[in-house]
Design a binder for this molecule. Structure first.
Ligand code: GDP
Ligand code: MG
Length: 259
């Protein structure tokens, strides 16, 4: 593979939609990519997976075999991915010259907090890999929501220790004023602090003031990729960062050359 991108984030933020849109955008630019669905519990995915973990793992079979409910079965299933790593790797061998987009389970905790996940990422990532953390614009449009997304983003970074993009998806659902606010919180600790304090008069402010300052020092405030997976906007920005990272700045596809 040329490079891989693991798409993660809370349930419903649009990971699968982004995977499909990014592949479609790449196709339009003649950039080869495939999608690997790593969510054994997905009932519907908005793209045609090139490699699909559901070929090997079935949630309904796990439920009946181990007498589990859907949540227990999801946990067993996420650990079972490891048993199928060789099969996935063999399937990936057909795609040497491709970017590989990994769509991860709907529930972020299954991907982020199970020990099996970092083993799985290490086994599948290849030499060059990045993580895309997908946050929902509506949730991120309040200071407390934005902070909660950033804390999750930090937990993903600490789990995988890989370059991670913060993707603000569903920007089509918020106003340009909302986006301006989010960007000001990203670039100014004071702006985030002031907005948070006025949102939550009675909260334990001092704790969060410290957390917000730590964001700045920790490098968790870097860049926001503003995306609408539904409207296919902002995708070139994701690819641009991928190619920048994977090729050390050079872009073989001449996409961003001025002439
Ligand atoms: N308006 C809007 N809806 C979106 C966008 N991306 C995803 N969605 C919708 O959000 C819902 C959840 O998307 P999905 O990709 O399944 O989320 P996942 O659980 O993170 O994989 C679906 O109804 C999508 O159509 C977007 O950019 N804009
Ligand atoms: Mg999904």
């Amino acid at each position: 593979m040329k490079g891989s991108l693991f798409i993660t984030g809370p349930a419903g933020t649009g990971k699968s939609t982004l995977a499909g849109s990014l592949k479609e955008w790449m196709q339009r630019q003649d950039i080869d990519s495939i999608i690997v669905n790593l969510d054994p519990g997905a009932e519907y995915i908005p793209y045609e997976a090139d490699i699909d973990i559901r070929e090997w793992i079935s949630i309904s079979q796990i439920m009946s075999e181990f007498n589990l409910g859907p949540n227990g079965a999801q946990i067993v299933a996420s650990d079972m991915i490891l048993e199928n790593i060789d099969a996935i790797r063999t399937a990936l061998e057909n795609y040497d010259d491709y970017y590989v987009i990994f769509d991860t389970p709907g529930q972020i905790e299954l991907f982020s907090f199970r020990p099996s996940s970092s083993l799985m990422v290490d086994a599948l990532a290849g030499n060059q890999s990045m993580i895309a953390f997908v946050a929902d614009s509506i949730i991120s449009s309040t200071p407390s929501g934005f902070i909660s997304q950033k804390l999750l983003f930090g937990s993903i970074m600490s789990r995988f220790l890989k370059p991670t993009m913060f993707i603000l998806n569903k920007t089509d659902l918020v106003t340009s004023e909302d986006i301006k606010n989010i960007e000001s919180w990203e670039t100014s600790t004071d702006a985030l602090n002031d907005a948070f304090v006025s949102e939550r008069e009675s909260s334990n402010k001092q704790y969060f003031v410290s957390v917000i300052s730590a964001f700045r020092e920790s490098g968790l405030m870097t860049k926001i990729h503003k995306v609408s997976s539904r409207e296919m906007s902002g995708l070139e920005d994701i690819y641009s960062d991928m190619s920048l990272y994977f090729s050390g700045g050079a872009d073989d596809d001449t996409l961003y050359r001025d002439d």
